[in-house]
Design a protein. Structure first.
Length: 257
């Protein structure tokens, strides 16, 4: 990752390390159950969870696989997560950059990454690294927020995400992800696009301490045009934003042998 972006990511996630453990969005059990359902994990597997954050995916998979390497760029975040998951001995914690993984080629049966790639400055390098560390026939499962294909809606979405979180780089469109996956010989086996509703107050407070900055984000929503207001299902109550919905893409790929 570029040094400037890397420092911003580390600062943001160090400051908010506990919020990502307790976040209702990140610990959603329905999402985690679906990951297990799609993967059908095996006790022989060695799994890599990239940008583990609060460790929710690592925790969900650990009872069903041999070992999980939970990695994150931010040491403070990873240390906090390791403390929460200290009773799970088959999870190993490694400080690692998603775009420069410290593992040899073809090390893992499965690689997962959930609600993180929009923080990566070089998604193509990330995907290249995933393909490199996966064994032939291995599985890559990714879940992330994605931008609409419409350029205006894409711009609206990525603008408010950046206002709320300086470590946000860009949420890609599904079409852009598919291009990167195809270029890396990762064949899509299963995919799901769905709407994810976020509680605005919790979402904005997770990354912004300053009341004026929070107000700026809310005003940006309040000033949305009709198309954006409708697409993102922005809900108001007593003239305040209460919730909105974004697109999330879940994809399961197989590395070609």
């Amino acid at each position: 990752m570029s040094d400037e972006v890397k420092r911003q990511v580390q600062a943001n996630f160090s400051k908010n390390k506990e919020a990502y453990v307790t976040s209702s969005t990140h610990k959603n059990q329905g999402d985690l159950d679906l990951i297990n359902e799609w993967l059908q994990p095996d006790q022989s597997w060695t799994v890599l969870d990239i940008a583990t954050g609060g460790g929710h995916v690592a925790k969900a998979l650990s009872p069903f696989v041999g070992s999980v390497f939970a990695t994150d760029l931010t040491k403070d975040m990873l240390q906090n997560t390791a403390t929460h998951l200290r009773t799970l001995p088959n999870i190993h914690f490694v400080v690692a950059d998603a775009e420069a993984l410290p593992f040899i080629d073809e090390s893992f049966d499965v690689v997962t990454c959930r609600i993180a790639p929009h923080h990566f400055p070089s998604p193509e390098t990330f995907i290249t690294e995933v393909e490199r560390v996966l064994k032939p026939g291995g599985i890559f499962l990714m879940v992330d927020n994605v931008a609409p294909e419409d350029e205006d809606l894409d711009n609206f979405y990525n603008t408010f995400e950046k206002m709320r979180d300086r470590s946000h780089v860009r949420a890609l469109k599904v079409s852009e992800w598919k291009h990167l996956l195809c270029s890396a010989s990762l064949s899509i086996e299963q995919e799901l696009t769905r709407k994810k509703t976020l509680p605005f107050p919790d979402w904005v407070k997770r990354t912004l301490d300053n009341d004026q900055e929070r107000l700026n984000v809310e005003c940006f929503f309040q000033d949305a045009d009709e198309k954006s207001f409708s697409y993102f299902s922005i809900q108001k109550e007593n003239d305040h934003i209460q919730s909105f919905s974004i697109d999330e893409w879940m994809v399961k790929c197989i590395k070609e042998s």
